[in-house]
Design a protein around this ligand. Structure first.
Ligand code: IZC
Ligand code: ZN
Length: 409
């Protein structure tokens, strides 16, 4: 054994290689006096501490909680500029879509991202990922969607590719050219849809820079019919599919997610009962984003109804410069507990195994089991309840990524 974790206070992990839904979302492995052994990048042994095998290196967890590394299944991580100047508009009562309609919001980030060089975006992304790692994120999905032209989208996706190669957090790349209609197509929606379907999607697929395709299906952004058309084209090319659905207005996004069998649907604040049932039937993971509800002062998604209906629930940050300028997944965990009323066990599953399932990584990460990648956290916490209770502090002590200590605080 290369490395063994001893003196673990409590080991807490979901189990399995697929999303845990319904009652299973609550069924985590929770045990004191355990040890975890690693060989190379892989978990090689899990069992009672008294039976722990010998190892080249021993890491004393000093009675702390150990969990899988956190999986942030929804971020818009690479962008130019910030949007703090929208604070005054926000406080004066303009909401998210008002700001977008006025040419700000996403479109102001598009201008700043187009103006930034690839190197500048990589530099900025590196700093953000360093901060994320310190909060315990070891795998992270990253969307494009601030380029909105073929060349600029490819640039943004290339930034994600470069970032994945130079720092420890593993990145899963999503193409989101259908994030907004760019200013130059304001009077020509059809033209932008044609560009997306006939040029951007094939070029991105050809580039192999993205695995998923996502669409912002929302009032004044992309309609249900447009979303269906874009996702259908993406599916024909070979992309796996996601959708920003029913965030602000209930327009039938969850129903479409179920009908088309998307891998995940995100936000779902306004998802209807029939939409939730359609997702449960299709096995679509609900990726819920409580930091966005908090920041936009909107209602919270009906997480418990979703679990009761048999839909797997994941929780992510939605880190982006507009509606969720927070990259700390621990805060999302606290809100999931306090606002969605998930139990600590359900919330842990939501930010580990179910997050991994939402981005097609449940066979590799998201739980502490022999054969899985050795991505683990040692917490400054005696047990699982504590990390959902002590909100506002960074409680991660040590991050282990692929069997190597990536960070100790
Ligand atoms: O930049 O506002 N919701 N897209 C959909 C976002 C938030 C990101 C943004
Ligand atoms: Zn988003």
């Amino acid at each position: 054994m290369d490395l063994i974790l001893t003196n673990i206070g409590v080991l807490a992990t979901p189990l399995g290689k697929q999303a845990q839904k319904g009652p299973a979302q609550q069924n985590i492995f929770l045990q004191e006096e355990m040890a975890v052994g690693m060989e190379g990048e892989t978990i090689a042994w899990v069992g009672p501490a008294r039976k722990a095998p010998k190892a080249k290196e021993v890491l004393d967890c000093r009675g702390g909680l150990v969990t899988p590394g956190l999986v942030d299944a929804h971020t818009h991580l690479t962008f130019g500029g910030w949007r703090h100047h929208e604070m005054a508009q926000k406080l004066a009562g303009m909401d998210y879509l008002d700001i977008l309609r006025a040419g700000g919001g996403i479109l102001s980030t598009v201008a700043a991202t187009r103006a930034a060089s690839l190197e500048e975006l990589v530099e900025k992304g590196t700093q953000l990922l360093e901060e994320m790692l310190s909060f315990g994120t070891t795998t992270c999905e990253v969307k494009s969607g601030y380029g909105l032209s073929t060349q600029e989208e490819l640039k943004q996706l290339q930034v994600t590719r470069s970032l994945g190669a130079i720092q420890p957090i593993e990145l899963v790349s999503t193409f989101m050219g259908a994030h907004a209609i760019p200013a130059e197509y304001k009077e020509n929606r059809e033209g932008y849809l044609a560009l997306l379907c006939d040029e951007m999607l094939p070029a991105v697929w050809e580039s192999e820079l993205a695995e998923y395709c996502d669409v912002f299906c929302e009032t004044a952004v992309f309609s249900i019919e447009e979303t269906r058309q874009i996702l259908q084209r993406a599916r024909e090319l070979g992309f796996d599919l996601k959708g920003h659905m029913d965030e602000i207005d209930p327009i039938g996004g969850a129903e479409l997610a179920g009908e088309m069998g998307l891998v995940s649907a995100e936000h779902l604040i306004q998802a209807s009962d029939s939409g939730i049932q359609a997702m449960a039937k299709a096995g679509t993971v609900a990726v819920l984003l409580p930091c966005t509800s908090f920041y936009l002062d909107k209602p919270y998604a009906r997480a418990r109804d979703m679990i009761a209906a048999g839909t797997a629930v994941a929780v992510a940050t939605d880190f982006n410069p507009g509606s969720s300028p927070n990259l700390n997944l621990q805060l999302a965990m606290n809100l999931a507990c306090l606002k969605y009323k998930l139990t600590p066990a359900q919330a842990l599953t939501a930010v580990t195994l179910n997050g991994a399932a939402a981005i097609g990584r449940a066979e590799q990460v998201g739980s502490i089991e022999v054969g899985k990648q050795a991505d683990l956290l040692i917490w400054n916490a005696p047990d699982l309840d504590y990390i959902f209770y002590r909100y506002g502090s960074n409680l991660v002590n040590t991050v282990i990524k692929k069997g190597t200590v990536a960070l100790t605080r």
